[in-house]
Design a protein around this ligand. Sequence first.
Ligand code: GLU
Length: 289
Amino acid sequence: MITRFAPSLTGYLHLGHVLHMLYVWGVARRFDARVLCRIEDHDRSRARPEYETAVFQTLEWLGFIPDLGIISADEKPSDFRQSDNAGYYQSVLEELQRRGLVYGCGCTRKQIAETQPDGAEELCYSGTCAEKGLPLEGHTVRFRTPAKETVFEDLKLGKQCQLPWLQCGDFSLRDRQGQWTYQFACVCDDIRHGVDLVIRGEDILFSTARQIQLFQTLEAAPPRHYHHPLIYDAAGTKLSKRQRSESITQLRESGIAPEAVIGRALREAGLSPTDTPVTAEQAIHKYII
Ligand code: GLU
């Protein structure tokens, strides 16, 4: 089996990512899967080269060694860096276009927000532009989401039932500036890289049915999924790179040992009562497998 560690390049990695690495490498061990590393820098407005360099430094410093994929920021171009593979995403999009499964949408976020019921958790697109025949270039490209529920068995959370067409409607594959979205680039890559086990945080659980629908539309077998718990901060919100959580790069530069960082991630996740320093290998055996 093949799983992947696929960080977005929206900031420096933080303690939540250390927990994620423990799950990826630990659950991979349990399933005898190899770990592929991929750089998800589809969001060109936020990606920065120093974030990419920091990903590889952090992995090496903490002792997480990928079996496949990209292992250095010097690999240019790489099949495992999304910004190097626009031609591939374009060819998949053209296939969907030939099959009439995508359309151009001219609605702004504000216009969509105005049509939402009070208290809606997520913007749900009602399909205003679905039959307008707008060109894909210069418009948001939307996928015609099938009106059906998707059921899957999560390896951690059990049976899940999601209805994307009611949660988000026809979701986007590319924005009006031509940037590929996470949902689309991630599925294209998981297919091309032969990923059959996806291990990721439970904050992305809602994306899974959308991705499964794309896999099925592209006639690829969807991977198995394992969604793990996250680290929440004192206010109960998840740690996020964008909220300027303390980065691993800062911790490393402050002289702290990698084992101490792993110990801290385990305690903050509630997996260990203390933040006793441990190596990645010890942590995986004691807390994840
Ligand atoms: N690039 C995504 C992130 O960093 C990966 C999500 C996934 O594993 O599918 O959140």
